[in-house]
Design a protein around this ligand. Structure first.
Ligand SMILES: Cc1cc2nc3c(=O)[nH]c(=O)nc-3n(C[C@H](O)[C@H](O)[C@H](O)COP(=O)(O)OP(=O)(O)OC[C@H]3O[C@@H](n4cnc5c(N)ncnc54)[C@H](O)[C@@H]3O)c2cc1C
Length: 492
């Protein structure tokens, strides 16, 4: 991709350092042909092997350890565990590499509440305010100025406002139906809403306000990496109807959900092996041979918490995971040695530019207790949601770091004309299969149901089985698989 393809011109400015980071996908692509992978010398027995050390795999481990069972290993491809909840750190602040917040769990999410209590976030039913997102939480740059909140208000007409009101009423009804829960499996029932897109549903309902349509599209891109026209209406509605309309959250930290991963690793580090890509899982009688370049594990049970589409390349006899499509994303961390000049507005935690192809940025130093820190790290999110994921993925890999750096700085310059005077470094992470895309018909498909069913001694557990890429879904899938294994081992 050239800068022209991003639709933005190049501008000169102060030199900016940076590079692509955490580029392990080339190694992971070896899974397709395996020719370059070494056969392991070491052999180990492990009653339970967890493949993948993201939130789902770590949650499976957390559950087993909480139940007093520790005969397991977690095998993680990357140098660090965490998956989409990984984080980085520089001399200014820790910052997220993807997931950056956890909505306050409601009554339907007892597992998340249990974890929050264990981590001291929730005591006696009261949330620790230090971990709740500080004010101002969100702002939107629209028609040349910032406004508070993400629902467009500047220049909205009475008709736009009436549509927003009607939309919220519809979401209140959906919320009251009890169908839209987190985790989704608790309430979800096969629904005709999964057979049309969010965009089509909005048209059907007569929602025509350009601001409301932008807002719904932004929310689909933000949560699913896909446009409203390409997202199941059930998933689009779930975004609004699965949580309380007003809550004091979310929970957030400089390193995003890495804060939680850090604490899980405090408890689980001895069981987690990193730089351990599993490249083959084969049957051996009633057991499984789980192979990495360093060791081969003979396991009674396997919890496969890596993305499900990889099973076809790794697990003997596993078919292609049809219908599992993933949206590509770019995440960039920008180091700023001073904040841009602001007129009549205060930086928020989440900052969005109306009409931008990106999703805006979160400020890692926002949770600092210092009122206006000078230096900061901004995490910019960009889902390649405007085209077919396979085409977007090729574009993602073809573009140079400089192209992405320019695209991101030009995008931010719409709201911050002096951004180039503030930024010293732009590090860019390319995620080809960043998150599951709840395309029309996927959530209630037979295919998804089959992969999510827990049968046999190899159990699938990635959050993609929910069709919704959320911390709570990852935790639920991991814990559910762990409970099934513990049940079979007679350890409930
Ligand atoms: C840009 C972005 C922003 C997000 N923001 C949020 C947010 O703010 N809040 C939120 O709740 N959710 C967010 N999410 C969703 C996030 O995906 C989930 O919250 C959750 O972290 C997913 O966990 P997981 O374990 O299911 O999958 P993953 O995080 O994908 O974990 C899978 C793990 O398996 C490993 N693996 C893959 N192949 C192998 C192999 N062959 N051998 C061994 N290991 C392997 C991977 O390296 C990875 O660590 C975001 C996602 C993205 C991409």
């Amino acid at each position: 991709m050239s800068a022209a393809l991003v639709g933005l011109g190049r501008k000169s400015g102060r030199p900016v350092a940076g590079s692509f980071v955490l580029e392990s996908f080339a190694y992971a692509h070896e899974l397709r042909h395996r020719a370059c992978l070494r056969a392991p010398i070491r052999k180990e027995r492990a009653p339970v092997v967890v493949v993948g050390g993201g939130v789902a795999g770590l949650s499976a481990a957390w559950r087993m350890a909480r139940r007093g069972f520790r005969d397991f290993v977690v095998l993680e491809l990357e140098r660090d565990a965490g998956g989409n909840a990984r984080w980085g750190e520089n001399e200014i602040s820790a910052y997220p590499w993807a997931a950056h917040y956890l909505p306050l769990p409601g009554a339907n999410a007892p597992l998340v509440r249990e974890l929050c209590e264990e981590l001291g976030l929730l005591r006696g039913g009261v949330w620790d305010e230090r971990h709740l997102c500080h004010s101002p939480r969100e702002r939107l740059f629209l028609h040349g100025r910032w406004q508070e909140g993400l629902e467009p208000e500047v220049a909205a007409t009475a008709r736009d406002r009436a549509e927003f009101h009607r939309f919220q009423e519809r979401m209140r009804e959906f919320r009251a139906s009890g169908e839209f829960t987190v985790p989704m499996e608790r309430g979800a029932r096969p629904s005709p809403l999964d057979r049309l897109s969010m965009g089509a549903w909005m048209r059907e309902q007569g929602f025509a306000s350009p601001y409301l349509r932008w807002y719904a599209d932004y929310c689909c891109r933000d949560d699913y990496g896909a446009s409203a026209e390409a997202t199941s209406a059930w998933a689009g509605i779930h975004y609004f109807a699965s949580r309380e309309a007003a809550e004091p959250g979310p929970l957030t930290w400089p390193e995003g959900n890495g804060w939680i991963v850090r604490r899980l690793l405090d408890r689980l580090a001895p069981y987690v092996r990193t730089n351990a890509m599993v490249y083959s899982i084969r049957r051996d009688g009633r057991r499984w041979r789980v192979t990495t370049e360093a060791a081969e594990y003979l396991a009674g049970h396997v919890i496969f918490a890596a993305p499900t589409f990889l099973a076809h390349y790794i697990v003997e006899g596993a078919p292609e995971a049809k219908g599992f499509e993933y949206s590509p994303w770019v995440v960039a961390n920008l180091t700023l040695d001073r904040p841009p000049r602001e007129h009549n507005s205060e930086p928020a935690w989440d900052n969005v530019i109306y009409g931008s192809p990106s999703l805006g940025y979160v400020v890692a130093t926002h949770q600092n207790l210092v009122a206006r820190p000078g230096r900061s790290v901004w995490t910019c999110y960009w889902a390649l949601a405007r085209e077919d994921p396979a085409v977007a993925r090729r574009r993602l890999l073809a573009a140079a770091w400089d192209d992405w750096k320019e695209a991101i700085l030009n995008d931010l310059a719409r709201a911050h004309p002096d951004i180039r005077e503030c930024v010293t470094r732009v590090d860019v992470l390319r995620l080809g299969h960043a998150m599951i895309w709840p395309s029309v018909g996927f959530l209630f498909s037979e295919e998804r149901r089959r992969w999510a069913a827990l049968s046999g001694t190899l159990l699938y557990a990635n959050s993609d089985l929910s069709g919704l890429s959320l911390f709570e879904e990852a935790q639920y899938r991991g814990v559910r698989a762990a409970d099934a294994v513990l049940g079979r081992l007679g350890r409930t």
